[in-house]
Write a protein that binds this ligand. Structure first.
Ligand code: PEP
Ligand code: MG
Length: 318
């Protein structure tokens, strides 16, 4: 009976003492967006637009893009939808945008970097996105993947605003972006931390290699220290920082992220009830203490064990 009670999610993410934490969904298409809305997601924290076009040899037309984006935005009237511009390359090649012959695609001309070679593709996407926003009631927050420098954050956010997309931000998934966050937030109005790639790059461990799974976890204190630095860089200007990588779906890690100052967590819709239940079992001050413990742990395993031992509700979730 308890198990079924804690799995209900009403779209009201918060800690026990009422500090709001937006619980959002990661989606890749309109069907996923509708499922997420039914599951109670408060909005979308990551719309992976490249998922709409993975099998296409040519750049989709603006009309085709408007249709794809509108389908997702329509599922969240009045709600925030964080739309990521095309994250092409490495594990997600797009034939019309990435070069399959690169020796190290994870370190190559991928994601926002493709604008060096094909600037028009981002222009077309921003135009389509502005049209989709105008056709729906959703609030679009647009962000670029793999932003690495303040110049890139400035160029992207200015370009997005020139299309009337008022809320422009960035992903933080390259260690340089976390280290330089205070400078990047001069331009970006918000950020979402992609823990999958941030972990890959700070640990120098291919995210697709299961043999390196012990390195490829956001419980690594090195990863948590970078997220802490990103949050500290956002603080002077009051910019919201979210997390949209797999880490956000780990209920114990979610408490640590909230303690570090993360304002929203975006995850696969089915993870929402458990993350919500665990957050509701702790105060914000307790989250801050859990964050201190994790960041000061010598190893990922120590961090995970220490935090989990202080969250008795985890046993009820099974
Ligand atoms: C990430 O890198 O954590 C992320 C959310 O983006 P993706 O998994 O699509 O690279
Ligand atoms: Mg990524």
């Amino acid at each position: 009976e308890l198990a079924s009670r804690v799995r209900v999610f009403n779209g009201d993410g918060a800690t026990k003492d009422g500090r709001e934490v937006q619980l959002l969904a990661n989606v890749g298409d309109a069907a996923g967006a509708r499922t997420a809305a039914e599951a109670g997601a408060m909005g979308v924290g990551l719309f992976r637009t490249e998922f709409c076009f993975l099998d296409q040899p040519d750049e989709p037309t603006i009309e085709a893009q408007v249709e794809a984006y509108t389908g997702v935005l329509e599922a969240f009237p009045g709600k925030k939808v964080v739309v990521r511009t095309l994250d092409a390359g490495a594990d997600k090649p797009l034939p019309f945008l990435t070069d399959a012959t690169e020796a190290n695609p994870a370190l190559g001309v991928r994601a926002y970097r493709t604008t060096r070679r094909d600037p028009d593709v981002l222009d077309h996407q921003l135009e389509a996105l502005a049209k989709a926003e105008a056709a729906t009631q959703a609030k679009v927050w647009v962000m670029a993947p793999m932003i690495s420098t303040a110049e890139e954050a400035k160029a992207f956010t200015e370009q997005a605003r020139s299309y009337g997309l008022a809320t422009a931000g960035m992903m933080i998934e390259v260690p340089s972006a976390a280290l330089m966050a205070d400078k990047l937030f001069e331009h970006a109005e918000f950020a979402s931390v992609g823990t999958n790639d941030l972990t890959q790059y700070v640990m120098a461990a291919d995210r697709l290699l299961s043999s390196l799974a012990d390195l490829s976890t956001a419980w690594q204190p090195a990863v948590l220290r970078l997220i802490q630095q990103a949050c500290q860089g956002a603080e002077p200007k009051g910019r919201p920082v979210g997390v949209c990588g797999e880490a956000a779906a780990d209920p114990a890690l979610a408490t640590v992220l909230v303690g570090l100052g993360v304002a929203s967590l975006s995850m696969t819709a089915r993870a929402l009830p458990d993350v919500d239940a665990v957050l509701k079992s702790v105060t914000f001050e307790e989250c801050q203490e859990l964050a201190r413990i994790a960041v000061d742990s010598p190893t990922a395993e120590d961090a995970r064990e220490a935090v989990r031992s202080k969250l008795p509700i985890l046993e009820e979730l099974g």
